[in-house]
Design a binder for this molecule. Structure first.
Ligand SMILES: [Zn+2]
Ligand SMILES: [Zn+2]
Length: 355
């Protein structure tokens, strides 16, 4: 299509815009495939994977657009109205790498290739036990006729699961050590969302993909849910003074609400002697409703420094190093898990000295 004709189409209708978007993203997908991926597959004698690689590239294009858009909107806001002012931006570059590896599809691709055989086995097991009938579409046969309503229902169901999943990440000792990679960034910015342990990423991808399959989320909607969810979570971590307002932050998790989840002494640890908050507050992924329902919401505490208490110098913390670079962060999580196992074994053997 001629560029002027494209511009004319923009003023036409949402359908024309969507068509133009598909054409542009399709062109980028084809360009990437022909220029980079096809020669590489040819070189590696892996041409039998060309269909899979071509489809996968759409993720890369969508991911790149999402990151570009977020950068253009959030980065100027972080610069103009930062909530925290830092001496330097050291350590944030690592979060940029996590974001690119994740959102541009490299990590999802590796996970897809390694998890696929396990996934097929799990699906066969579910089928054998009649569990593939949980399909929400079967409960409300008209759902597929109302894509937006379907999208919102799937979002609410997956978000409810996400709330409990996140609480387990905090409650189960070894899992917390993996999730602590996410919490150990003391300079929260728009890049912090994807700073996670890769094993945690794999567990999360497997859990939510399995759940999406069982409840019957159509693949296109799963892609849309992932993109919308990722964008909102980048906003939640941004270092900006703005928030969604009194009502808005009760409808959708905003930066202030999630920042408190990262706060030392509030987000993870026992904060106020309240049993409901034994393992922290504000676990909601996109919707704060579950926190409000299960007594773990905190809308009132003012902004606090973020991080893990053990990182603080003694006596407030243990001066624990969670790693500056990506690989150090990954390895140190396993070291902490190893320490937990050794301590549990010592306890079991009754050899721990009395304190
Ligand atoms: Zn958390
Ligand atoms: Zn976070």
């Amino acid at each position: 299509m001629h560029p002027l004709a494209s511009l004319a189409a923009l003023s036409a209708s949402p359908a024309a815009i969507s068509h133009l978007f598909d054409q542009l993203t399709g062109a980028a997908q084809t360009w990437l495939f022909v220029t980079l991926v096809q020669p590489l597959l040819w070189h590696l004698h892996m041409m039998d994977m060309d269909d899979l690689a071509y489809d996968g590239l759409l993720w890369v294009v969508y991911g790149a657009l999402q990151v570009l858009l977020l950068y253009l909107v959030l980065r100027p806001l972080e610069w103009l109205a930062p909530l925290e002012r830092w001496e330097n931006r050291r350590g944030i570059g690592t979060d940029v790498i996590y974001t690119l590896v994740n959102r541009l599809g490299l990590l999802p691709l590796i996970l897809f290739l390694t998890l696929q055989p396990l996934f097929d086995l799990a699906l066969a097991w579910l089928h054998l036990h009649g569990l593939d009938n949980l399909n929400l579409d079967a409960l409300w046969p008209g759902m597929s006729l109302h894509p937006l309503a379907g999208f919102l229902i799937y979002l609410v169901v997956l978000d409810f699961a996400g709330y409990w999943y996140h609480r387990w990440q905090h409650q189960i000792g070894w899992w917390w050590e993996l999730h602590a990679v996410h919490h150990s960034q003391r300079k929260l910015s728009m890049w912090a969302d994807d700073r996670n342990h890769f094993l945690d990423d794999a567990l999360q991808a497997a859990f939510f993909a399995a759940l999406a399959l069982v409840i019957g989320v159509p693949p296109a909607q799963f892609v849309a849910l992932t993109l919308v969810g990722g964008a909102l979570q980048s906003v939640q971590h941004a270092n900006i003074r703005f928030d969604f307002g009194r009502i808005g932050e009760r409808l959708l998790v905003g930066p202030r609400f999630h920042r408190l989840h990262h706060a030392v002494g509030f987000g993870h640890e026992l904060g106020h002697g309240n049993r409901a908050r034994l393992y922290g507050c504000n676990f909601g992924v996109l919707l704060p409703w579950w926190d409000m329902l299960f007594g773990s919401a905190d809308f009132s505490t003012p902004t606090q420094p973020t991080g893990v208490r053990a990182q603080l110098p003694s006596p407030a913390g243990l001066g624990e190093n969670y790693g500056q670079g990506l690989w150090a962060q990954q390895v140190l999580a396993f070291v902490r898990i190893g320490r937990r196992i050794a301590s549990a074994l010592r306890d079991a053997a009754g050899t721990r000295p009395a304190t």
